[in-house]
Design a protein around this ligand. Structure first.
Ligand code: SF4
Ligand code: SF3
Length: 542
């Protein structure tokens, strides 16, 4: 076996990718990512055993977040970038070691690998399969994937100048725990829930960072058509990158369109002042194959999800920044003040044709907590009068598998007196279906990006209060969540931590859940998969 990865929903045969990732990740990248994670575990052990205060090692904190983010599915395909990051982490680790002088450390805290060859050789023995017991392996990976999700959110908050060191402290504790052979299944299940707790903290931190800088999302109609100007397409989740791009393109005659998870940026008041912020182009991440061709202009990836481009013509128009990377594509780094120079992208845009129209019309979104709570009376009345029978939380990710047609059919067949609460790129399976409204409340309420699942939680807690209930599970809310990558894992763990029961997860249950771990999740939390649309709707409505 040349590599092993089973962290996302597209893991080959729902077991694991062993030759090349279904996502396009090659063996070299997979192995370097394994070694990068291993180096973080070593740093974490050192921090925990050396009783190092996370508040005093901010550079290490930030680089750990960045490293975790780099390994998220579809983020970074560039072996050189990952190799450089491993070298950086080993050097930060050795710097810490020199300061605190702890002995008896795990190999992860002491290994050396200077060349890429040495790294690949080392990586062969430190990946996922290095943990032999499949239940321990399953729980350790569940925690690590949850941490990757937290890191992504906290990294965005950090770009906005907000951090919470207690989250970094927890990340060290949890990563160190994955090296500790004395911890059994019960300890690791408890750690999983604690990861969910910090997931809530991380999402709340990012929510506060986004809304304090850009305002509270408000109901917004987003244009799906195109204008006649040359343009740049921005994808991923980072709003600070978008802000800088809008500032730098202002008055240049170059428009900016969002793709995939950047769509919810249109809901923030702060971005409405830019006349060249033209609309959203296309659908969710995997539709970039095809949509990037007709877009014609340059594309900026701020985070995942990158699909390795099929043509050289498209590849030449791709730029990356932040945690994302693709070999051969220019990667834009910030200066000491966090400023990024996007002039090369803007210059390229000016020389290329305007985007080709692939659809017309608008979609409506912006139903984050503040906006929904402003409508709370209307919503509560609609539930009390029976106009709304049930809410369906259908947040999460999208993916290219045919089985995801389930979610379009499910949304289409839901009774007309139900409302879908969504966030993340899962929404693209039904956000253009025109499902109508209930007394002015649209039947699809989009809160925003996957991290805005936090908004859905705030809304649920508010409704619980409004109805005077003592348990979130007594609300007329069902959870039918689509997952793909590790940010969905932290959303799931956050919901479990908050006590939400009977979450349905699809289109398949994670390959990294061993039969015993899956059994615990079923017994303790009522987690279930999905079945046939009609049967599932009947079950949810019963
Ligand atoms: Fe396979 Fe997913 Fe891992 Fe890519 S991220 S190698 S598709 S399991
Ligand atoms: Fe989507 Fe890649 Fe998960 Fe942010 S963008 S939700 S898959």
């Amino acid at each position: 076996m040349s590599m092993f990865c089973f962290q996302c929903q597209e893991a080959a045969m729902n077991k694991g990718c062993t030759v090349k990732g279904v996502c396009g990740k090659v063996e070299e990248v997979a192995k370097l990512q394994d070694l990068l994670i291993y180096s973080l575990k070593g740093i974490s052990e050192l921090v925990v055993k050396g009783k190092i205060n996370a508040a005093e090692i901010s550079e290490v904190n930030h680089e750990v977040l960045r490293s975790l983010f780099i390994t998220i599915t579809n983020s970074n395909y560039d072996p050189e970038a990952i190799q450089k990051q491993i070298t950086k982490m080993m050097s930060l680790r050795d710097g810490l070691k020199a300061k605190v002088g702890v002995s008896g450390l795990h190999d992860a805290a002491t290994f050396k690998a200077e060349t890429k060859e040495a790294m690949l050789e080392k990586a062969a023995s430190v990946g996922v399969l290095a943990t032999e017991n499949e239940d321990v392996r399953s729980l350790r990976e569940l925690v690590v994937y949850g941490l990757k999700g937290i890191a992504a959110y906290v990294d965005h908050a950090l770009n906005l100048g907000k951090e919470d060191v207690s989250i970094n402290t927890f990340i060290y504790e949890a990563l160190a725990a994955t090296l500790d052979d004395s911890l059994g299944a019960d300890d690791l299940v408890a750690l999983t829930l604690k990861t969910g707790e910090y997931g809530v903290k991380g999402m709340a931190l990012l929510d506060g960072a986004n809304t304090s800088k850009y305002g509270n999302p408000e109901i917004t109609e987003v244009n799906l058509g195109v204008r006649k100007n040359p343009a740049i397409l921005i994808s991923g989740h980072d709003l600070t990158d978008l802000e800088q791009l809008l500032e730098q393109t202002k008055g240049t005659g170059v428009d900016v369109y969002t793709h995939g998870e950047m769509l919810p940026a249109h809901y923030y008041p702060a971005f409405k002042k830019y006349d060249n912020f033209a609309g959203n182009y296309g659908g969710s991440w995997w539709r970039q194959v095809g949509e990037f061709e007709t877009f014609h202009g340059p594309i900026l990836f701020t985070t995942n999800c990158i699909v390795p481009p099929k043509s050289e013509e498209v590849e030449k128009r791709i730029f990356t920044t932040g945690s994302s990377g693709f070999p051969g594509c220019p990667h834009i780094v910030p200066d000491a003040n966090g400023k990024k120079d996007f002039s090369a992208i803007i210059e390229m845009a000016k020389k290329l044709p305007a985007p080709e129209e692939i659809e017309t019309g608008t979609i409506v979104g912006g139903f984050a907590h503040n906006q929904v709570i402003a409508l709370a009376d209307k919503v509560v009345d609609a539930v009390k009068s029976g106009a709304i029978k049930k809410f369906f939380v259908m947040a999460g990710c999208d993916g290219r598998m045919k089985s995801r047609d389930y979610y379009t059919e499910f949304a289409n067949k839901l009774p007309k007196d139900t409302v879908i609460l969504t966030a993340g790129c899962a929404k693209y399976r039904y956000n253009k279906l025109n499902l109508g409204d209930i007394g002015g409340i649209p039947r699809v309420l989009d809160a925003g990006q996957c991290n805005d699942s936090y908004s859905l939680v705030v809304i649920a807690l508010k409704l619980k209060e409004a109805f005077g209930l003592d348990d979130i599970n007594k609300l007329p809310i069902a959870y039918n969540i689509a997952w793909y990558e590790q940010k969905a894992v932290i959303v799931l763990l956050a919901l479990l931590y908050l006590g939400v029961k009977n979450i349905h997860l699809g289109p398949t249950l994670p390959a990294f859940l061993s039969p015993n771990v899956a059994k615990v999740l079923v017994e303790k939390f009522g987690i279930a998969g999905i079945g046939k649309v009609d049967d599932d709707i009947a079950m949810f409505m019963a």
